[in-house]
Design a protein around this ligand. Structure first.
Ligand code: NAI
Length: 296
């Protein structure tokens, strides 16, 4: 088995934080990438975000101007799903909801070539369940990047019960060719990283609920004494509370209500208030212009 040739077109569905990051990675590796979202504004924001990230690399001397322009030219932004028909790898990064992802894959299955690989960037949902409504479930696997996708090396390659091992191997080799560090996992709730990370977020949220310390203090402790690049509250604000809460709920339900994975009411309140973190301007911290950053 070998990595997908760079002549294979890649489609990324969902142009939010993860989709635009994955499109960036695939385009840098040499593929033409269709970046699709049902929301035309999200497509424009996603492409602008890729350009900003590439320009940052040019400014730092890590990317040549010509490579930046070539990469941008390979990213074809679209809000017409029919434009994805000739893609050989389709990676979904839409909302973390099983039924909505199944509906999308049912649509993609009929419009793409039978040998095209269908991949999901889900953080927690069952690959087996997601594939179960397909006519050819063997061609679906998890291709789980971390945020921000251009900078984070790890990618989980997740096989469901029906996934063809050759599909998982192609994804593994392709992730490697894209400069990532792939690991294989089978479809269990939250896979590896999100399984381990759930109790970490939950404990931080419990400490906050007990008013033992503020988010700024807890983040500073984890950063400065444990050498984490970000504290748990900064990280949840980066991930987005809608996504993080949906992932916790999904893992909690999938493990039959195991208390270790109990979702937090604090996070539920943030979601209900629309305080989704960096992407909405407010979460545990206030990212709006002129807002003060609280001291630990
Ligand atoms: P996001 O909220 O930033 O972006 C999601 C995008 O999908 C939005 O632009 C929305 O318009 C679009 N969308 C929703 N339903 C759609 C549909 N039916 N068809 C086409 N477009 C649709 O979300 P984010 O953070 O990029 O997450 C996307 C996926 O990646 C989720 O499954 C999440 O669990 C997973 N993920 C998220 C990580 C994170 O740190 N945010 C990390 C790794 C995985």
């Amino acid at each position: 088995m070998a990595a997908l040739a760079t002549t294979i077109r890649v489609a990324v569905i969902g142009a939010g934080a993860m989709g635009s990051g994955i499109a960036h990675v695939a385009a840098r590796a040499g593929h033409v990438v269709y970046l699709y979202d049902m929301n035309a504004d999200a497509v424009a924001r996603g492409k602008a975000g890729i350009e900003k990230d590439l320009r940052f690399l040019v400014g730092k001397g890590k990317l040549a101007e010509a490579d930046c322009m070539d990469t941008l030219e390979r990213v074809r932004a679209t809000s017409r799903i029919e434009d994805l028909a000739d893609a050989g790898l389709l990676v979904e990064a839409i909302v973390e909801n099983l039924e909505i992802k199944q509906q999308l894959f049912a649509q993609l299955e009929v419009m793409t070539a039978p040998e095209a690989i269908l991949a999901t960037n889900t953080s927690s949902l069952s690959i087996t369940a997601m594939a179960s409504t397909l006519k050819r479930p063997q061609r679906l696997a998890g291709l789980h990047f971390f945020n921000p996708a251009p900078r984070m090396a790890l990618v989980e390659i997740v096989s469901g019960l029906a996934t063809d091992p050759a599909v998982a191997t192609t994804l593994y080799d392709t992730a490697k060719a894209w400069g990532k560090v792939p690991v294989r996992a089978s479809s269990t709730p939250g896979f590896i990283v999100n399984r381990v990370a759930r109790p970490y977020y939950a404990e931080a949220l419990r400490i906050l609920a007990e008013r033992a310390a503020t988010p700024a203090t807890l983040d500073a402790i984890l950063r400065e004494s444990c050498n984490f690049p970000m504290g748990p509250f900064e990280l949840m604000d980066l991930i987005g509370h809608d996504v993080n809460y949906a992932v916790t709920r999904s893992v909690f339900e999938a493990y039959f209500g195991d208390k270790r994975f109990t979702p937090s009411l604090i996070q539920q309140e943030l979601v209900l208030a629309g305080r989704l973190g960096r992407k909405s301007g407010q979460g545990f911290y206030d990212y709006r212009e002129g807002a003060d950053r609280p001291q630990p």
